[in-house]
Design a protein around this ligand. Structure first.
Ligand SMILES: NC(=O)c1ccc[n+]([C@@H]2O[C@H](COP(=O)([O-])OP(=O)(O)OC[C@H]3O[C@@H](n4cnc5c(N)ncnc54)[C@H](O)[C@@H]3O)[C@@H](O)[C@H]2O)c1
Length: 279
């Protein structure tokens, strides 16, 4: 049985906590919940009835608590800001850290800092597959690929609020009637323009180990009801075409239902390492 702490009790964090509390993830127990929103912490207190995890709204009280010291696995399911606030400290305490806000990790300097904390203190950084498929195959062929493109198509509801629309003020999402390519280019700029939507680009970039080989495209389509990711990989090994049509999560259209299911699987594998399936 392993204790799991959750930073970010939103769509993903709530589903993880609920699955642990209801013993759907039977090899885990809840250690603590951190969320900057007091309202979310109140929901945690009233809905998690078996484990009754300690709740915290800030880093100071949390890092000094017994619950934190006793909890070996921590899930970040909050935001890029939270990754910057918490990840280095958690890894320097030798914990197993699952990071969902992956966009932050395309900053090479920051990623190297996290990696060296993990190496020095025997911590682990786990980047889950999230809302896509095929990370295992892409990792296997990473030294043999010539080209990798990913096109993501979403409904305007799933893209609303992105910083892109503060720059391109002439694009009014609610007035669009046709499919339109919003962005085409490299991963780092995509992460700046669509931070809540492009974690999958960042996860792919990290899986290949060479961010410059990836070209990304973000498309808005008022007639699509799924979050679609089309991945095309070519190289000396052959080629891969992966298409994922994700149902947006009912509580948060920016997050796919598959991302939530991937989160549960990531916890299961972190808590039970007896059998490993996949490369
Ligand atoms: N890797 C993937 O494939 C993938 C897929 C979907 C979402 N995500 C990312 O995972 C994260 C969580 O997604 P979600 O749908 O659960 O989001 P959400 O908005 O539903 O919930 C986030 C929660 O975290 C809290 N929070 C935000 N910043 C915080 C901070 N600095 N400190 C403490 N609490 C903080 C918020 O109050 C909120 O309750 C997001 O960053 C999202 O972009 C990744």
């Amino acid at each position: 049985m392993k204790k799991v702490g959750i930073i970010g009790f939103g769509t993903i964090g709530y589903q993880i906590a609920r699955s642990i509390d209801k013993r759907i993830l039977s090899s885990a127990r809840l250690g603590f919940i951190v969320d900057s929103s007091h309202g979310r912490l109140e929901i945690a207190k009233s809905t998690l009835t078996n484990d009754k995890p300690q709740t915290f709204s800030d880093a100071d009280s949390f890092f000094h608590s017994e619950e934190y010291i006793d909890t070996p696995i921590v899930v970040e399911s909050a935001s890029g800001v939270a990754v910057r606030q918490y990840a280095r400290h958690i890894l320097s305490d030798g914990k197993y850290l699952i990071i969902f806000s992956v966009g932050e990790l395309v900053d090479d300097t920051f990623m190297k800092e996290l990696e060296s904390e993990a190496v020095e203190h025997t911590g682990v950084i786990h980047i889950p597959t999230g809302a896509i498929a095929g990370i295992d195959a892409i990792k296997s062929v990473r030294n043999h690929l010539d080209q990798l493109t990913i096109s993501t198509t979403k409904n305007p509801k799933s893209l609303a609020g992105a910083p892109y629309f503060d720059i391109y003020k002439n694009i009014h999402l609610h007035e669009l009637t046709d499919r339109r390519v919003l962005y085409e280019g490299d991963v780092r700029r995509a992460v700046e323009l669509f931070p809540s939507n492009v974690n999958v680009f960042a996860a792919l970039a990290l899986a290949t180990g060479n961010i410059t080989k990836i070209k990304v495209r973000i498309i808005v389509d008022p007639n699509i009801q799924v979050n679609r990711h089309e991945i095309d990989v070519k190289g000396g090994f052959g080629n891969l075409q992966i298409v994922v049509n994700n149902v947006p999560h009912p509580e948060n259209p920016r997050t796919s239902t598959l991302a939530v299911l991937s989160a549960l699987e990531a916890i299961r594998s972190a808590c039970n390492e007896t059998i490993k399936i996949g490369s």
